[in-house]
Design a protein around this ligand. Structure first.
Ligand code: C2E
Ligand code: MG
Ligand code: MG
Length: 303
């Protein structure tokens, strides 16, 4: 498999590129943004959006059943509008702010998910995915904190997935890998985000305590070409051989979905099924999904 370039933290144009550009050249700007972010955390300006992940394999996969929701943090900035994580998490990562934001995300997301799970017996199996950065994974007592929170919310550990990127477990990563291992031992699931093909992929995957991989959107975008299909097929076969679940990210077209199904990928996430939504939007979507499932006469969703 050919390496297709370094994993990207995000894809598509970002509204706040100027913000980061400015930060790179002006540390005082960065300092003031960090101060604003501290206020944002205290002042309720952070919010979560959620995006669904759908089953695409097997009988249930034909109608794209929702298996889980991924929590994605946003900053509702009073003058800049909605700021995406790629434009403020790097600033937060320069201090302990990233850990505080992470703890807020975890608390808020588990609170929402436990309400969804308990509001309807058919949603008891709904999973929640949370993204964690290197600093969060290295935080002392992370595992105890996560397990205490799950206990408080009466959530099963296996209904939480912690997503992390490979750079979070690169250099000086013993603590992060130990935390992931301890989470898995407690039945919390782990997933390698933005996973991309490469000649050393098997070794990279084998050294990590993992349940799933999320396949980078650039690999989904390359589907429909011979090398793109071959690369995806090899990745899915490798993951299956290692006992890992496969989730394709950034799925935008029916053609990509059909190709992923034929290549044996099990789950998909992307704009084809919908953009991330606020908590109330997702609540409505989950209700609609329940109605759709109980009404067999309704046509299945995309694909
Ligand atoms: P990610 O975890 O890989 O999340 C997927 C990103 O792709 C999200 O961007 C989502 O809005 C976007 N996306 C989903 N489907 C599509 C699609 O079909 N097309 C396109 N063009 N984009 C799609 P978002 O929300 O801006 O998040 C970017 C990254 O920021 C995330 O990538 C994740 O690495 C990080 N992030 C988000 N929330 C958190 C958080 O609470 N904590 C940490 N540590 N990182 C977070
Ligand atoms: Mg993610
Ligand atoms: Mg990703």
């Amino acid at each position: 498999m050919d390496r297709q370039g370094p994993p990207q933290r995000r894809f598509g144009p970002a509204a706040g590129d100027q913000l980061l550009g400015a930060v790179a050249g002006r540390s005082s700007f960065s300092t003031s943004l960090a101060a604003e972010l501290t206020e944002a955390l205290a002042g309720g300006q952070l919010a979560l959006e959620f995006q669904t992940e759908r089953r695409i394999a097997g009988a249930l996969g034909r109608s794209g059943t929702i298996r889980s929701v991924e929590a994605l943090v946003r900053w509702r900035h009073p003058s800049r509008g909605l700021v995406r994580p790629a434009d403020f998490l790097p600033i937060a990562e320069e201090s302990d702010l990233v850990e505080r934001i992470g703890m807020w995300v975890l608390g808020e997301a588990t609170a929402r998910a436990s309400v969804w799970q308990t509001s309807d017996p058919s949603l008891l199996g709904l999973s929640l995915s949370i993204n964690m950065s290197a600093a969060e994974l290295r935080r002392p007592h992370l595992v105890e904190h996560v397990l205490a929170l799950l206990g408080e919310k009466a959530m099963a550990a296996e209904s939480l997935t912690v997503e992390f990127q490979e750079d979070a477990v690169a250099a000086d990563s013993r603590t992060a890998i130990d935390a992931l291992r301890a989470l898995r031992e407690a039945q919390v699931r782990t997933s390698l985000d933005d996973c991309i093909a490469g000649p050393d992929l098997e070794q990279r995957l084998r050294r990590l305590p993992l349940d799933a991989i999320k396949i980078h959107p650039s690999m989904v975008a390359a589907l429909g070409t011979a090398p793109g299909d071959a690369s995806m097929r090899a990745m899915v076969v490798l993951a299956r051989g290692l006992g890992l679940t496969t989730v394709a990210e950034g799925v935008e077209t029916r053609e990509q979905l059909a190709r992923l199904r034929s290549l044996g990928c099990e789950f998909a996430q992307g704009y084809l099924y919908g953009k991330p939504l606020g908590a109330s939007g997702i609540s409505a979507l989950l209700r609609a999904e329940r109605r759709r499932r109980s009404d067999k006469s309704v046509t299945p969703s995309p694909g």
